[in-house]
Design a protein around this ligand. Sequence first.
Ligand SMILES: Cc1cc2nc3c(=O)[nH]c(=O)nc-3n(C[C@H](O)[C@H](O)[C@H](O)COP(=O)(O)OP(=O)(O)OC[C@H]3O[C@@H](n4cnc5c(N)ncnc54)[C@H](O)[C@@H]3O)c2cc1C
Length: 485
Amino acid sequence: MLGTSNDYLNRLKEREKDIDIYVGGEKVEDVLNNPVIRPSINVITKTYELSLKNEYKGILTVMQDNEEINRLVYVEKSINDLIMRAESQRILNSHIGNCNYRCTGHDGINAVYASTYDIDSKLNTEYHKRFLRWLKDVQSKDLVVETAMTDVKGNRSKGPLEQKNDFAYVHVVERKKDGIIVRGAKMHITGAAIADEILVIPTKNMKQNERDYAVSFAIKPETKNVHFISSWHPMDIMKKVSKDLGTDIDYPLPFGHRNTYLIIFDDVFVPNDRVFMDGEYEFTGKLIEYFVSHHRAGGGPCKAGFADVILGSAALMADANGVLNASYIQDRLLDIMRHGESAYAAGLAAMVKGYRHPSGEYIPDFRLANITKLDSIEHLKEAIIASADIGGGITVNAPSSKDLNIEGLSNKIAEALKGNENYTAEERLRIARLLQLWVAGPHLVGLIQGGGPPAAELLALKNDMKNRLNDLIENAKIMAGIKKE
Ligand SMILES: Cc1cc2nc3c(=O)[nH]c(=O)nc-3n(C[C@H](O)[C@H](O)[C@H](O)COP(=O)(O)OP(=O)(O)OC[C@H]3O[C@@H](n4cnc5c(N)ncnc54)[C@H](O)[C@@H]3O)c2cc1C
């Protein structure tokens, strides 16, 4: 069934008193109205609103067993599904101008679906059945799922067992008859505290002696002993105090910039029916491969959606500056478009070249997904640079909108801040803040690190290349006339 924003808000309202969240060192009592958290709630409500629009039927939604469900909780079952997944990423992000907060959930669902199938097929376990029961509930209520993969990792040169800090990697500390107790910390988890469900998966391929770290499970944010510490970017200070200072124009973004969480699992009980891997270390590598294949391939159209927003914002600033039709500006706008479409094309290619897993799920091509991730960094980086070029210095040097109220000076300041007469000073300031999100916000780091740092993609590609190199050398020998076919 398709959910609605009201259903989601009601669920969040019902459990907000039980979620342990901290923002800027303060415990949050009113989650729905917290200024730092609220924009991310707006993102999620927007995903529901868009999925109900007729024009996005079959793209943001999909028919399963004669019922229409949200693609964000769907297991992709064909190449066409994967293509629609790419389309949906772009549609969501170009409307939201931020991460859509539910994409990791989709990718985690698809990864754990295939991985539990693998484990059960080989070891005769019951993980897939359990997962399907959990998934049925998620799909029937259109729940918000976030995937928590990234462990805090402590000293990166050491493995989980060598860490001095027991919280460096999430792991099982006790096994009971009815469930497991887990300890550890995950970081950078987008929207985790306001999700309905958090799907936890390992952060890396685990070895035989690291089996306690080979753990996957689902948990509700309000579960006892789970604590959420919100990210705190300089833009959050603006978001938090802008109302009090009367400068809300200085943070005009309804969907915010990005809100991620450090999650502390302080000896948390997870009942057996929510455990989808416990000790099967030999399946961790594939689970991660499935996740990043979906996530890195989806990252191309995700960045194309961002590029659409950057293109519109830069063009708006150019118009407010009175230079929209200048030939250099038009060329730079075209650069933004070109880079956005290139990221999109790479992601689409990974989807089109996807393959069928024995479970029936379709998974994007691993090689092309890694290429998509690396290329998207290059392309969106260039789009951001072009927008900084087009926008001018005001994107980082704008005064506060409150300065427009300084007694005796307000008119002169407003005149000084005006560009094209068709825009007021306030409008030009708003546009500058919108562009600031891209040129000086958190998205550049998100672009590079999200889905794993470039070293992870390069390592995967290097292994892939090594596997092909002998054949390619033999082929070259034929072409050089060294060897006969
Ligand atoms: C905006 C944003 C949103 C995110 N959302 C999510 C989310 O929803 N869910 C989720 O699970 N994760 C999320 N992530 C996390 C993301 O996947 C990680 O940031 C990424 O995997 C890198 O991990 P790290 O931040 O710990 O960096 P590090 O591991 O500290 O990496 C920093 C650098 O050190 C290098 N390095 C690390 N270890 C080693 C080593 N042993 N040897 C040599 N070099 C090393 C890396 O290659 C990299 O260049 C998000 C990240 C960002 C920025």
